[in-house]
Structures are given as structure tokens and as C-alpha cells.
Design a protein. Structure first.
Length: 228
């Protein structure tokens, strides 16, 4: 997969050199000298027009990195954690990347994406500022299967909903999942009956809702600390 943009590329080069295959540079001096020396044999210089083509018009900022394909975690690995996110039908890679970034920073142990067959992992890696490269992440098509597997090892499921209990009033189980619904429809009808509790973020002003990635960051932070 090819990622681009200075921040995510520098992170990949600094932290995941074993996955790097080729470093494409379209702007002189974009890499710090120690990194350039480290990857000298893998560096290829190219004109900006070719960099634009490789990034499909995205803001590459003068550097692209070709890496080995993203390897999904196993479900068994995810089940070893204590705090898991379940994405129920989310498809926007910008939102998913922002959620991954917050999840990694705030202590989530793994993420299961459901209701999708595949994702553009290069785009998610980019929009997560590289956090995806360190976050156990797996796609399971059916959310009920994912919830059942987690329930079998003691997880309780908390769904984000505007009608739920206020997040400050809930104490969370030691092993817990946060279910986040899709951008348009929210949590699917088939998943709702399997939730143990629904939780909401109280608003100071009358407003419909927060963007799913912003709401996720607030809920994750609360759920990271308010445990039984």
C-alpha cells in the first residue's frame, strides 16, 4: 500500500521500517538527514506530476511511502483486550481514521469493523496519522457474530445513542466494547437488542449530534477510566 503526507510518512519510517519497501521523494530536504541516510537504498526521486498521480491528486507534501499491505489482526488477538471498539457500518475513511487515532491515543485495545467487506487501509492509515499501523484492527462482516464472540469472553456492549444514559452516570464493566453506528443510520436495528446499555453525551446547547469521530473520542476517554 502507498501512504503519503509528511506526518504519516515520517511516523511510518521512524516506527515501522520493517514494513517499508520504497520511499518516493518529490521535494528535496523533506526527510531529516538521519532518516534519509537510513533509507538511502530505498529512496526514489520523482517529479511532482508523478507524485500527484500516485497520490491521486491528494496532498502528498513531497513524500510517499510504499509499504507492505496492511495485515489485519486475528479475532483471537482482539478478544485478549479489555476495551474494544465495534464499528457498525462505518464507511467514511476520514471518520474511521480519526476514530483509530483517538482510540490508539486513549487506550483502546482493538477495533472490529463490521458491515463492510473491505476498507482502503492506506487511506485509513493516512487519516489516522499512522495510528492504524499500531492498532489491532480486523474486519468481520456481521456485527452479531462480533458481539457474540466478545460476549463469550465476558465483554459487555455499550452503544452510542442520543437516547442513551448520560456517559457521566455510567460505570463500565472491566471488559467492554463501544459500538459506534454508521454515519447516516446509526447503530443497526439487529445490533440494538444485543446492547447491554446505550450511552449519550449531554449537550450544553440544543444540537442534534456530534460527528461520529468527535463523539467517539469523548466516549472513549470516559470509558477508559470509569470502570468497575
Amino acid at each position: 500500500m502507498i501512504i503519503y503526507g509528511k506526518q504519516v510518512c515520517l511516523y511510518a519510517l521512524e516506527q515501522h521500517g520493517d514494513r517499508v519497501e520504497t520511499v518516493y521523494i518529490a521535494k528535496k530536504g523533506i526527510l531529516p538527514q538521519p532518516l534519509y541516510n537510513r533509507y538511502r537504498d530505498q529512496v526514489k526521486f520523482l517529479e511532482n506530476r508523478w507524485a500527484q498521480a500516485m497520490s491521486r491528486g491528494g496532498n502528498h507534501q513531497g513524500v510517499l511511502v510504499e509499504m507492505r499491505p496492511f495485515e489485519e489482526a486475528s479475532l483471537a488477538q482482539i478478544k485478549e483486550g479489555r476495551f474494544v471498539l465495534l464499528l457498525d457500518g462505518l464507511t467514511d475513511v476520514g471518520n474511521i481514521g480519526a476514530i483509530v487515532r483517538s482510540a490508539y491515543a486513549l487506550g483502546v485495545d482493538g477495533i472490529i469493523a463490521t458491515g463492510v467487506k473491505q476498507l482502503n487501509f492506506a487511506a485509513v492509515a493516512r487519516t489516522s496519522a499512522g495510528a492504524l499501523l499500531d492498532m489491532p484492527f480486523v474486519i468481520l462482516p456481521n456485527i452479531l457474530d462480533a458481539m457474540h464472540e466478545l460476549s463469550q469472553v465476558g465483554f459487555r456492549h455499550y452503544g452510542a445513542s442520543m437516547e442513551g444514559e448520560t456517559i457521566e452516570s455510567v460505570t463500565f464493566a472491566p471488559r467492554r466494547s463501544l459500538v459506534l453506528g454508521g454515519e447516516e443510520k446509526g447503530i443497526s436495528k439487529k445490533a440494538r437488542p444485543k446492547l447491554d446499555t446505550t450511552v449519550s453525551i449531554p449537550m450544553k446547547r440544543p444540537f442534534d449530534s456530534l460527528n461520529v469521530s468527535a463523539a467517539a473520542a469523548i466516549l472513549i476517554h470516559r470509558m477508559s477510566y470509569a470502570t468497575e
